[in-house]
Each structure stands twice: as structure tokens, then as C-alpha cells.
Design a protein around this ligand. Structure first.
Ligand code: SAH
Length: 257
């Protein structure tokens, strides 16, 4: 029998700044007996929410098998584990493989979403990433790295849409990224922005045409923890939304004129 208290709460801890965690996430950390986090990806301040007597484990050097041991111990001893992930848990968080382990062990889990680095990067840029009538879709993806990409999800294929793309986990290969996006159909003068460590004290922003991406990233010495945005969503919106247009009515407002 697994004790009632035993469970895992996956917490999306936000992009870095400790006050960009949700109230629910902070409460889950405060209630935990064990806090599992990746020191290199999440700011230390997030741990201020943890109990003084909580066991804090850095996941950076742990394999999935090591994490399984922590989860098995939690199941035996009735411990509540807060498993902290950067940004939101829905993208590139490796929550999926841990959930399968928990299901094998029979340990219940819950997921608390977080502020993704995408949201933080857009906020840093001071922009909405959709532009009425011009750019209504966002593609979130990555370059092929050590993890291969499914054949239908190659960057060139996505670039063909010409819509706004957010590239995760790809900054270390900025030259290949630039080349593949242009090969897919973006013009070399397509708008491009890089946000390094959005919301951290050493956050940096680069804006340049796509054709200068690799050069600018290399000059700036940025090779990790950065999001690349490209496409029409980065332009100044000159079109306006229907939502706040007096000529359009909707459920909460009648049209004027
Ligand atoms: N689940 C996370 C993404 C984890 S994958 C999220 O929702 O944001 C790690 C990648 O996310 C990094 O390679 C980088 O591309 C991006 N990233 C994470 N934190 C970031 C930050 N503070 N600023 C910019 N990019 C960040």
C-alpha cells in the first residue's frame, strides 16, 4: 500500500525570475518533503518557497533511473515530491517519461503549469506575437540536435508556412538554423529576435534580420538558454483586432454605428 501523502507534483517554475512562478506552484513547493530541481535551468530563488527541512536534490546529474529511485522511496515512505521544471511543463520538459515511471510505481501525480520562456520572451520584447490579419499562428519547434526530428517536422517544412516561429533548444547551432530557415523560404531580411535568459538578471535581447542571425549570436557569445523568434509576428502591428473594434459586436458589447 502506498501511503496517502505520497505523490509527485510537477511544477512549471517559469522562465527564471522567482516571482514568475504561479501561486499554485509556490504552494506545491512549500508543501513538499523533497524538492527535485535542475540548478542550471531554474533560479535559486524558486527554492525560497521550500520548507527549511525539505530535502533539496539537484536533478542535473541524475538519470531517469536515479529519479525513479527517488520516486520509489517517496512511495515507500509517504513523501510528497515537488519536481520543478523550467518554463511550462507542456514543452520539452521530460515530464512524459517521468509520468510513465510513476504509473509503473503506482504513485499519483499532478501537474502545475508555468510561464513558458516563450511568454517571457514575448514580454521582454514588449510584443504580442500574433498580428491581426497578418500573422495568426505560431509554430513552436526546435532544430534537430542530438534528438532526431520526425521527418515531417523538419525546419524547412515549417518555414514554408512563413508564419511566426519560436525555436527552442537551437541557439548552439545558429548558423545551421539560419540556413535551414532561409532554405525553407524565409527572406534573409525576415524579422528575427533572440532572447537570452528571459527574466533573469543577465537577460539579453538581439534583434536583426534573419540573414545576420548567426553572426550576431556569435558576436554576442550566446550559446544556450535562448529562444529565437522569426517571422511576421515580430513586426509592429498596424492592423487592429476585431475584439476592440467599435464596428464589431460580440457577446459582451454591441456594435456602434
Ligand atoms: N519548458 C521550457 C522549455 C525547456 S527546453 C519552457 O516552457 O520554456 C529549454 C529551452 O527553452 C532552452 O534551450 C531555450 O531555448 C528555452 N528557454 C528556457 N528558459 C529560457 C529563458 N529564460 N529565456 C530564453 N529561453 C529560454
Amino acid at each position: 500500500m502506498i501511503p496517502d501523502r505520497a505523490r509527485v507534483v510537477f511544477v512549471g517554475a517559469g522562465p527564471g525570475a522567482p516571482d514568475l512562478i504561479t501561486l499554485r506552484g509556490a504552494r506545491a513547493i512549500a508543501a513538499a518533503d523533497v524538492v527535485l530541481w535542475a540548478r542550471s535551468l531554474v533560479m535559486e530563488g524558486v527554492l525560497e518557497h521550500a520548507r527549511e527541512d525539505a530535502e533539496i536534490v539537484d536533478s542535473a546529474s541524475l538519470t531517469l533511473e536515479d529519479q525513479r529511485e527517488i520516486y520509489e522511496r517517496a512511495a515507500r515512505k509517504g513523501l510528497c515530491v515537488a519536481r520543478i521544471h523550467s518554463g511550462d511543463t507542456a514543452i520539452y520538459s521530460a515530464v512524459g517519461e517521468q509520468i510513465r515511471v510513476l504509473e509503473e510505481i503506482g504513485l499519483p501525480y499532478e501537474i502545475v503549469p508555468g510561464v513558458s520562456s516563450l511568454a517571457a520572451a514575448a514580454a521582454t520584447l514588449g510584443q504580442e506575437l500574433t498580428v491581426p490579419e497578418l500573422a495568426q499562428s505560431l509554430i513552436l519547434t526546435r532544430r534537430e540536435g542530438r534528438s532526431p526530428m520526425p521527418p515531417a517536422e523538419r525546419l524547412e517544412a515549417f518555414a514554408r508556412h512563413g508564419t511566426t516561429m519560436a525555436l527552442f533548444l537551437s541557439i548552439a547551432r545558429a548558423a545551421e538554423l539560419q540556413e535551414e530557415l532561409i532554405a525553407g523560404g524565409y527572406a534573409p531580411d525576415a524579422l528575427c529576435a533572440v532572447v537570452y535568459r528571459a527574466s533573469w538578471p543577465d537577460e539579453r535581447v538581439l534583434r536583426c534580420p534573419l540573414g545576420e542571425l548567426a553572426e550576431r549570436v556569435s558576436e554576442a557569445g550566446i550559446d544556450r538558454q535562448a529562444l529565437v523568434l522569426v517571422g511576421p509576428g515580430l513586426r509592429d502591428a498596424r492592423t487592429r483586432s476585431h475584439l476592440y473594434d467599435p464596428r464589431h459586436d460580440h457577446r459582451f458589447r454591441e456594435a456602434v454605428g
